[in-house]
Design a protein around this ligand. Structure first.
Ligand SMILES: [Zn+2]
Length: 274
């Protein structure tokens, strides 16, 4: 559950960290050391060198994989002064004290200032939270910070980047579809508040919807869709036009058919198609 709660905290408005971001960068004192790469500046306070190196390497790798998977490879984000910032606090107490997040928070993101904050010892940060939060920033940097997009789109784009969890989430989605207990797309698109949903169901559906668009139709279509969103077109019209669905119902039917044909099992074999 802890991970679910952490993920719940990452979205857009709710994710803004009071006092974090550029203003914090401006008051960086000698406490913070930096390590820079092509797209990132890591701020840390004497963290183990091997950990910082691994963090930088993985962040650059995710930059490539996220932009590649979404079809954004030919666009350049984050270089020189626009590099994304990762604040690596020495421990939970200093992280919570500075970011003023809830006690269960393991990481937080400020999408607009491209700032991700966490602390050393956060087990799932590098493998899971980092690609998730990076995808939030990159997607929103491309399509803009409009407030009318459905939450499932933001969370689906971010969720499919968590390679270690994707198979399990797709298995959950298949089970929801086969048991007929999924949330219909219209209702799902109206969800703007996490407190109204079961996190596992919401994330499974969100990830499977975006994964369906990317896997079946490819990155070029997703890029077309993203461009329409960037140009402030209505998201539903754009989805229907780019993917040639007559309406949301047809999208839902295609999604159900795509996963309804798959046999996925839980546990160690989760995600393997039989
Ligand atoms: Zn998220």
């Amino acid at each position: 559950m802890r991970t679910s709660f952490v993920l719940l905290a990452c979205v857009l408005g709710a994710a803004l960290v009071p006092g974090a971001g550029v203003s914090r960068a401006e008051v960086i004192s000698s406490l913070w050391q930096t390590q820079k790469s092509q797209h990132f500046i890591i701020y840390h306070q004497g963290a183990p060198a091997d950990y910082v190196t691994r963090l930088v390497d993985q962040a650059e790798r995710y930059y490539e994989s996220v932009t590649d998977r979404l079809g954004y490879r030919s666009f350049s984000f984050w270089s020189w002064d626009d590099r994304a910032k990762i604040f690596l606090y020495p421990d939970s107490a200093s992280y919570l004290g500075d970011t003023r997040r809830a006690a269960w928070s393991g990481a937080s993101v400020n999408v607009k200032t491209r700032t991700i904050s966490t602390f050393i010892g956060q087990e799932t940060f590098i493998d899971s939270m980092l690609p998730h939060e990076m995808a939030h920033i990159i997607f929103r940097e491309f399509v803009g910070h409009r407030k009318d997009l459905p939450l499932w789109l933001d969370e689906g784009v971010a969720g499919v980047q968590e390679e270690g969890k994707l198979a399990e989430r797709l298995t959950q989605a298949v089970n929801l579809i086969k048991r007929g207990v999924y949330i219909g797309l219209k209702d799902l698109s109206d969800i703007r508040d996490y407190s109204l949903v079961v996190p596992q169901v919401f994330y499974a559906e969100s990830c499977s919807l975006v994964n369906f668009l990317l896997e079946k139709y490819g990155r070029e279509k997703f890029l077309d869709f993203s461009r329409a969103l960037r140009d402030k077109a209505d998201w539903q019209d754009s989805l229907e036009r780019c993917y040639q669905f007559r309406n949301l119902g047809e999208f839902e039917s295609a999604w159900k058919e795509y996963y309804g044909r798959q046999n996925r099992v839980s546990g160690d074999d989760a995600g393997k198609e039989l």
